[in-house]
Design a protein around this ligand. Structure first.
Ligand SMILES: Nc1ncnc2c1ncn2[C@@H]1O[C@H](COP(=O)(O)OP(=O)(O)O)[C@@H](O)[C@H]1O
Ligand SMILES: O=C(CO)[C@@H](O)[C@H](O)COP(=O)(O)O
Length: 562
């Protein structure tokens, strides 16, 4: 019998950009099972790169909805094959990459409610498409779907817009104009209009493909879509992930009628009512009971965004700062009161309904680091690390900006390098380039966090997570630039762990137990890097120069500020 048999537990899922991951956490809050399915490697037939398809316009970015369903099938079958005892699962919750949206076609709810345990999920949700596993080269599997079979599908569109999409500028301007400008929208929904935010994506779909929109019975976020699979019915959107849509009034937590009206007709009925993030949204569907042996009473706690789930997983406290180094880099903080501005986002807090979280998102995160690693460090993280070890803090004054795709914070594209004398140069030696990339990424985070009002205090700690938090040399630069110790938790999958913690919280929430009480026995974060003596002096001057140069590039690319 496998060692993970017979332990009462909660499951935490994460449907992130590049993979689906799961952890099992026992009643003592120990993680005893972890698994993942990587889209590019394990689901080759979908032909994604970094989990997505970038379209010809360079702005539209989508992921196939069936890839996510198939990844869930694979991971559940792997768990079953390993002897995982599903009968011990008390509750589950999960996370999804934020902002992405799934369009359920009319009739989908009947299919979800009557799934046969003899078949895999993907075979039932889009039956016609599974006939072709490996398409002939150059042909998308969707292009060869027999037209008559389209009616059996559960989804109005097979390729879902995801957070990397930046094709909705027109819809953003339209939404801001409707509610009285960018700041007014931010005060209402926590953010000015952002291209990836779901309301703007829905508006684009409605304008460009009204037929698909009208055939849609329900619109889910990636998080509530994944919850729906487990529930066997449409799951509501939770307040925290719902804050990433430019549609939810973050103070009173209801949809803004003005924003809904600006995006598309009949939208409220397609979204359903949003719910508090710690809600139990139902019991697991009979499909999972019969096929995998989950207990019929296993509770499904509302799924949320991957960053909110990470906040829960790292047990972030007020004053701490979280830095997630996943596909995207994000930085987030716990907030008592919302302070919406024109940069960054305010989301409803996923573990305390009275509070909020602030978030900054940087699109050029791990994929940019991977590109420079492949160009200059023989595709090896250990070679990449050698460059960080062999160069000095402050990089002898050399500074760089590396944005191969249009950055979100701030809106800059391209690679820009500056010598110590502020002269733009076309190249750096390989090791200087690598340090310039990492120092630049973390200086941007500090400068923009300070723009949100964040200040490093003597007891501030940074909690790091995401794939790149495995790299101690990267974390050392983070500690040095911020002048703050960096801590990690045992797994870099904090969104999964946070989801399992939230499932335990959901089980206890009937008794109004605070989240902090439920997770008080969880292992404490470990120190991963402490600032090098003298780091603050080195970076003080460099941070000022970085901010001035960033402004210079912005002015060159979009003209002087109004
Ligand atoms: N040792 C390492 N050093 C730097 N980056 C790493 C290392 N190991 C993994 N990564 C990065 O982690 C990224 C994946 O992070 P992850 O948090 O799992 O992403 P997501 O949750 O968005 O799918 C990869 O794209 C890879 O670049
Ligand atoms: O757009 C955002 C946050 O606003 C991204 O952080 C997505 O939530 C994707 O997350 P990862 O897959 O990179 O963790």
């Amino acid at each position: 019998m496998a060692e993970h048999a017979g332990r009462r537990c909660c499951l935490g899922w994460d449907f992130s950009t590049q993979q689906v991951k799961v952890v099992a956490v026992d009643a003592e809050l120990n993680v005893f099972y972890e698994d993942s399915v990587h889209f590019d490697r394990d689901l080759l037939e979908f032909g994604t790169q970094g989990g997505v398809h970038v379209h010809e316009d360079g702005l539209t970015v989508t992921s196939p909805v069936l890839m996510w369903v198939q990844a869930l099938d694979i991971i559940l079958e792997k768990m079953k094959a390993s002897g995982f005892d599903f009968s011990q699962v008390l509750a589950l919750s999960g996370a999804g990459q934020q902002h992405g949206s799934v369009y359920w076609k009319a009739g989908a709810s009947q299919v979800l409610a009557s799934l046969s345990p003899d078949l895999l999920l993907h075979e039932q949700l889009q039956p016609s498409r599974t006939l072709l596993r490996v398409p002939p080269s150059g042909i998308s599997p969707w292009d060869v779907m027999p037209p008559g079979d389209a009616g059996k599908a559960c989804f109005s569109i097979s390729d879902c817009p995801v957070w990397m999409d930046s094709s909705t500028t027109a819809q953003c301007r339209q939404l801001e104009a409707t509610v009285g400008g960018a700041q007014a929208l931010s005060c209402l929904t926590g953010s000015r209009a952002y291209e990836r935010f779901t309301g703007n994506q829905i508006a684009k779909l409605y304008q460009q493909n009204p037929e698909a929109y009208s055939h849609t019975e329900r619109i889910s976020l990636v998080s509530s879509f994944a919850a729906s699979l487990f529930l066997g019915s449409h799951s509501p959107i939770d307040y925290s992930d719902g804050s990433g849509m430019n549609l939810l009034r973050i103070q009173d937590k209801v949809w803004s009628q003005a924003c809904l009206g600006a995006c598309a007709p009949h939208l409220e009925e397609k979204l359903g009512l949003p719910v508090p993030s710690c809600s139990v949204v139902g019991a697991i569907s009979s499909y999972f009971v019969q096929r995998y042996g989950f207990p019929p009473g296993c509770k499904v706690v509302a799924f949320t965004g991957d960053n909110p789930a990470s906040l829960a997983g790292m047990r972030l406290e007020e004053g701490d700062i979280a830095v997630s180094l996943g596909t995207s880099d994000t930085l987030f903080l716990w907030l008592q009161e919302p302070t919406p501005t024109l940069e960054g986002h305010i989301f409803c807090n996923p573990v305390d309904p009275q509070h909020y979280m602030a978030l900054l998102c940087f699109k050029n995160g791990s994929l940019m680091r991977e590109k420079i690693r492949d160009e200059l460090a023989s595709s090896s993280w250990s070679e990449f690390s050698k460059a960080l070890q062999s160069t000095e803090m402050g990089n002898c004054g050399n500074l760089g900006f590396y944005f191969d795709v249009m950055e979100i914070t701030p809106e800059i594209i391209g690679r820009h390098r500056f010598s110590a004398e502020n002269h733009e140069v076309s190249a750096f030696p390989w090791d200087v380039e690598i340090r310039a990339l990492i120092e630049g990424q973390f200086m941007a985070k500090k400068i923009h966090a300070e723009g949100l009002g964040y200040r490093v205090m003597p007891k501030t700690k940074i909690l790091a997570t995401g794939g790149a938090s495995h790299n101690r040399d990267i974390l050392q630069v983070l500690a040095d630039v911020f002048g703050t110790p960096v801590y990690v938790i045992d797994t870099a999958n904090s969104a999964c762990v946070g989801s399992a913690y939230r499932a335990f919280h959901g089980l206890a929430a009937g008794t109004d137990v605070p989240f902090s009480e439920v997770v008080k026995l969880a292992p404490n974060p470990r120190l991963a890097a402490a600032p090098t003596p003298g780091a603050s002096q080195v970076y003080e001057a460099l941070l000022q120069r970085y901010a001035i140069l960033e402004q210079r590039i912005l002015t060159q690319t979009r003209g002087p500020p109004e």
